[in-house]
Structure formats: structure tokens, C-alpha cells
Design a protein around this ligand. Structure first.
Ligand code: FES
Length: 101
């Protein structure tokens, strides 16, 4: 890839939402994490610039804090527990800050 190709690529932050479901005991999916994942993806799309989302939101496997879900990890940023729909913009704000050099 040439430098000019690289300059046309846009960066995006990455956020992972645990959607693991345990058959016994607490798990993120059992604490509405799939609903949070969808809401966070939708909110990231709403905040896109020129059709380009600044934050990519994906599901993940268990992060080891199953009783404190939904759990969210911002790559290069924080680890959030017991996330609710009122926390979405805070998480996206923090994720976008990881884009700054
Ligand atoms: S089920 Fe989400 S951290 Fe374990």
C-alpha cells in the first residue's frame, strides 16, 4: 500500500461488548448485553461523520467479570461494568478519544 492509499483510510476506535451467555450463574447476555450491543451500534451509526462511524462496536466472548455485566472494553481505553443505555454516549466519547494521537 502506498502512503497516499494509507492517507485515504480513516481510523476508527474499537469497542467490544461481551454477549456471552452462561447456562448457570450470571452472564452479560443474561443482563441485557445484546440489547446494549445493538443500542451502542445504532448510536455509533448516528454519530458517524460523513457516513463513516468513528467507533466500531462488536460483540465479544467472556471477559471474566460475569456478575458485573454488561461489560464493555474500549481498545486503548477503559473497561466498563454494569453498562446501561444511559452510558452509551459516555462510552462513545471515551472511545473517540482513543483516536487522538
Ligand atoms: S459473561 Fe460477560 S464477562 Fe463473563
Amino acid at each position: 500500500m502506498s502512503n497516499s492509499d494509507a492517507s485515504h483510510q480513516r481510523k476508527h476506535a474499537r469497542v467490544f461488548v461481551c454477549t456471552n451467555l452462561r447456562m448457570s450463574g450470571k452472564s452479560c447476555a443474561g443482563q441485557s448485553s445484546k440489547k446494549i450491543l445493538k443500542a451502542l451500534q445504532n448510536r455509533a451509526d448516528e454519530r458517524a461523520l460523513d457516513g463513516h462511524p468513528l467507533v466500531e462496536v462488536k460483540s465479544s466472548v467472556c471477559m471474566g467479570y460475569c456478575g458485573d455485566g454488561p461489560n464493555i472494553k474500549i481498545i486503548g481505553g477503559g473497561f466498563h461494568h454494569s453498562v446501561g443505555e444511559g452510558d452509551l454516549d459516555t462510552i462513545l466519547d471515551e472511545a473517540e478519544q482513543t483516536l487522538e494521537d
